[in-house]
Design a protein around this ligand. Structure first.
Ligand code: ADP
Ligand code: MG
Length: 517
């Protein structure tokens, strides 16, 4: 009923643990060269031939075609990292790969997998404890530098100062959930800007509708605005022309009635996530009601939050109680296309960022970098703690964990040391990706970390020296580092403990023999 891969020695092919190690290595290899300011990009081409050029770890992994249950588990590390910290996805995958690699070495030395798992978890706990004493208080300048660091090495880099100012402005003004980011090509990155209010990609359904509505009463409908489906599918037999006319008239009357009912709620702006029947559009336009269709779900939710309107699923129950409000709705032209701008909303912390760049590809990549940077600033602001970057915290933890290992004893001590070695992969990869000699860079860094203030020292990506990262302005939130280490450790410990992988067969492949009741 199932296929198995186990760890027995006499079995042909790879053992379950070798499969895990191999896949962790593959995923790490996919993203390793993208780490850091001098990391290179990947070009991802999907089956339809559409491509994305990116160095965002989460995006690369999402689009990679590695289809294996173990790969899915490891990909979750990147997903969790992205969801909780907005950054550090590449680091989390590289760390997982390296921990598995170090684990593999211990297995060769006949260390039992449970001891390895235990040692990894002990080391991770100790790392968390050590992190509590590391870090610096945030201020606006630190936040700005954290945003710039998050954008380093991405297409956003050349305009990172301008974009970092926007990040800090909005992240301090509103919680991340209230920040809407809209992208629009055909412009310069310098034209990117923050707006107090909501920007929605969309345009009015009819030229006769107004370009602006003062004091709008806003309706949000998540259903087709039309006569019900069953009425459209009726099979009607008509015997003469007047019958046809009566039928059409009655349908039109029903459509007008819907338009009229909408108007009677007092609504003068409509956002519909589905379709609106042309006759109803006409009716709304002739009543000076502004209407948009096919509004994205995320935009509907943002509109609801900003204006206090309720998203209605059934037009029959729609009433004036569901309406939201704002100070002004305007249709503005940006990058040769219209966009809807809503200001003076009851939820005062509503802010939007308009990201501009010359082409679709560039604007999409800048938006991805911007998403990370804004998230990074938000969590740094929330946690009030940042660390120097350039691999400094990994190196510091590695140094301290090696000291800690000697107090552990037993086989677990070897696992704690292996874990400490694995953390060095971050500064080492930063040096490698900058075309520097990783061995020299690591020797310099190890030495610096034994000295006073050494914990601030990371890899100088220009010359490979160990440099105080605060002087370089390379700053990252503590949460990014803590989470990357925690999830890489958890997953590596979990994978190490796998003895058997059984794969369920699809139901179609299960023969009669598999059912023995
Ligand atoms: P991730 O997906 O893990 O965030 P990145 O490609 O964004 O991967 O690289 C992040 C790493 O690059 C962090 O360790 C950060 O400290 C480091 N980094 C960024 N800018 C610099 C710099 N100017 N000098 C040294 N290290 C840097
Ligand atoms: Mg990053």
């Amino acid at each position: 009923m199932s296929e198995q891969v186990n760890n027995s020695k006499n079995q042909k092919g790879a053992t379950a643990r070798e499969v895990c190690i191999h896949i962790a290595r593959e995923l790490s290899t996919l993203v390793k060269h993208t780490l850091g300011p001098n990391g290179l990009d990947n070009m991802l081409v999907d089956t339809a031939g559409d491509s994305v050029i990116t160095n965002d770890g989460a995006t690369i992994i999402q689009q990679s075609a590695i289809d294996h249950a173990v790969a899915k588990i490891i990909m979750n590390v990147a997903k969790t990292q992205d969801e909780l910290c907005f950054d550090g996805t590449t680091s989390s995958l590289i760390l997982t790969g390296e921990m598995m690699e170090q684990g593999a070495e211990l297995l060769k030395d006949k260390v039992h997998p449970t001891k390895i798992a235990l040692g990894f978890l002990m080391a991770a706990l100790k790392a968390e404890e050590l992190l509590l004493d590391m870090g610096m208080e945030v201020n606006e300048e630190m936040l700005n530098l954290a945003a710039q660091t998050a954008m380093t090495g991405k297409s956003a880099e050349s305009d990172k100062e301008h974009l970092a100012n926007i990040c800090v402005e909005v992240a301090m003004a509103a919680p991340i959930e209230d920040i809407t980011i809209v992208q629009r090509p055909n412009g310069k990155v310098q034209e990117s800007t923050a707006i107090a209010g909501l920007l929605i990609d969309g345009e009015k359904l009819d030229h006769a509708m107004p370009d602006a509505v003062e004091d709008p009463k806003i309706g949000l409908i998540a259903a087709d605005i039309d006569i019900p489906d069953y009425a459209q599918q009726l099979n009607v037999q008509l015997s003469d022309n007047s019958g046809v006319k009566d039928f059409i008239d009655s349908r039109n009357a029903q459509l007008v009635e819907i338009g009229e009912r909408l108007k009677e709620t007092g609504m003068n702006v409509l956002f519909c996530s589905r379709e609106v029947h042309p006759a109803i559009i006409e009716h709304l336009a002739s009543n000076n009601i502004y209407a948009v269709r096919r509004v994205r779900r995320s935009d509907m939710e943002a509109l609801s939050k900003a204006t206090n309107a309720r998203i209605v699923m059934n037009i029959d129950t729609f009433s004036n109680k569901d309406l939201g409000s704002a100070g002004l709705l305007e249709e503005v032209t940006i990058g040769e296309r219209p966009m809807i701008k809503l200001t003076g909303t009851p939820n005062k912390s509503t802010v939007s960022v308009l990201v501009r760049a010359p082409t679709e590809h560039v604007v999409a990549e800048i938006k991805r970098a911007f998403d990370d940077a804004i998230g990074v600033v938000s969590i740094a602001y929330e946690d009030k703690s940042v660390l120097p970057g350039g691999g400094a915290p990994y190196m510091q933890l590695s140094t301290k964990l090696k000291e800690f290992a000697s107090t552990v004893g037993g086989r677990e001590q070897m696992a704690v040391e292996a874990f400490a070695n694995a953390l060095e992969v971050i500064p080492k990869t930063l040096a490698e990706n900058s075309g520097l000699d990783p061995i020299d860079a690591m020797i310099a860094l190890r030495k610096a970390h034994t000295e006073e203030d050494g914990w601030k020292y990371g890899v100088n990506v220009n010359d490979g020296s160990a440099t105080n990262m605060l002087d370089e302005g390379v700053i990252e939130p503590k949460r990014v580092v803590a989470q990357a280490i925690r999830s890489a450790a958890d997953i590596s410990a979990q994978l190490m403990r796998i003895q058997l992988i059984t794969t369920a067969k699809p139901v179609s492949e299960i023969g009669d023999d598999d059912f023995k009741f």
